[in-house]
Write a protein that binds this ligand. Sequence first.
Ligand SMILES: [Fe+2]
Ligand SMILES: [Fe+2]
Length: 190
Amino acid sequence: MFCLESTTDPRWIAVVVADTDRLLADHAYCEKKAAATAMSLIGKYPNDAFLVPHMLKLAQEELEHFERLYGVLAARGIQLGYVDKDPYVGELLPLARKQGVEGLIDRLLISSLIEARSAERFFLLAEHLPDAELRALYQELAVTESRHHTLFVTLANHYAPKDEVRARLKELAVEEAAIVARLPIAARMH
Ligand SMILES: [Fe+2]
Ligand SMILES: [Fe+2]
């Protein structure tokens, strides 16, 4: 699916169904982080007139997602709690090259992989969660995050030839699949 090099272990579904409250709180944080990441790219590339408007719009959408998830938590009496370290993102980010335009391209492609993995899992949640309200929420969010996945690849294509971007995305996707396989299965988004 998407550009991913693996599919989610089916055992993940059983784990999140058993502890959906924890999944929802973790998911809320993921949305908050996605908004923060878009804002931080604006801070890092403030003079990029191509990138900034896209990141502005994305930050707004992700903040809206955070608001929705926060509403779901509040309605169910679930506390947001404290931020758990996110080992998935923590292992992905150092894969980005450090310098120049390559650094930006990698940052965009890593974001596209995070969006793709999220969307893949949202589709699973939309199918398997016992709660109909949550199934509908995840169905809707799966479509949006799929679009975000595509957006990040499209943005990366602005900075390098398409086949170069595709090749780099493939390399990073192989690494992402290895990270997912290595991490313990937990009641969290990644
Ligand atoms: Fe989102
Ligand atoms: Fe997103």
